[in-house]
Design a protein around this ligand. Structure first.
Ligand code: C5P
Length: 223
């Protein structure tokens, strides 16, 4: 049995993708499977945390002993997070939230017509950014940066802009990293510096992230 070093800590994790409807039978989505977020939820509950998992559509079964909130759209994910954020000690945004949604959600199935189809998109709320704005000093906020270039610079920029305490930077173009795989290659980016981790199972990456979260809670953020 793992060490109960998160006993009683409240942690909220977002995981997976969103489905943004175009009409009653069509939607826009991305390749996120939820594996990283679900692995963090499993690690946290095994270490004694009180876990709330806000998940988009996923084939995975949520770990036992946690509270799971299933959503479809980025707006629904936003609303679920905002309804539960204030009581949390730790918030981890592992979801690949849809940046855009179709501006119109057609009531009836779109009919084929001659010529191209144009769909206009509008921005979804940035959940992590909003949590960063309202978070208390005693709450630890963690984000993920999936990049294909300038990975560490981008992650550090997001750490500052979203007022997070830790970013998990991830070069999704490397084999064994990113969407759908059971392994990941990440660098932990916080205000004390960069910590590159080797190729690990996502479950082990999860424990490394939670170790760092506990250190940040003890030390307080380095400025
Ligand atoms: O800005 P970017 O999308 O690269 O930031 C990634 C981080 O922000 C992830 O932790 C993701 O869960 C979070 N995010 C969010 N809401 C969005 C977009 C990203 O919470 N609309």
């Amino acid at each position: 049995e793992p060490r109960q070093d998160m006993s009683g800590l409240r942690i909220l994790i977002t995981a997976g993708r969103n489905a943004e409807p175009i009409d009653p039978v069509r939607f826009v989505t991305n390749r996120s499977t939820g594996k990283m977020g679900y692995a963090i939820a499993e690690a946290a509950v095994q270490r004694g945390a009180l876990v709330t998992l806000v998940t988009g559509p996923s084939e995975l079964r949520p770990p036992a002993g946690i509270t799971t909130i299933s959503v479809q759209t980025g707006q629904e994910m936003h609303d679920a997070v905002m309804a539960h954020v204030d009581v949390q000690d730790v918030i981890i945004g592992a979801a690949a939230v849809a940046d855009y949604r179709p501006k119109l959600r057609h009531e009836q199935k779109l009919k084929k017509k001659d010529g191209p189809l144009v769909i206009e998109f509008e921005r979804n709320p940035d959940i992590l950014l909003e949590v960063g704005k309202r978070k208390r000093a005693d709450q630890v906020l963690v984000g993920f940066a999936a990049e294909t270039e300038n990975v560490l610079e981008n992650a550090r920029g997001k750490l500052e802009r979203k007022q997070a305490d830790l970013f998990v930077a991830n070069d999704v173009s490397q084999p064994g990293a990113g969407f759908g795989t059971d392994t990941n290659i990440v660098t932990l980016v916080d205000r004390a510096g960069d910590t590159p981790l080797p190729l690990l199972q996502k479950r082990d990456v999860a424990d490394q992230i939670l170790n760092r979260v506990l250190e940040l809670r003890e030390r307080g953020p380095v400025s």
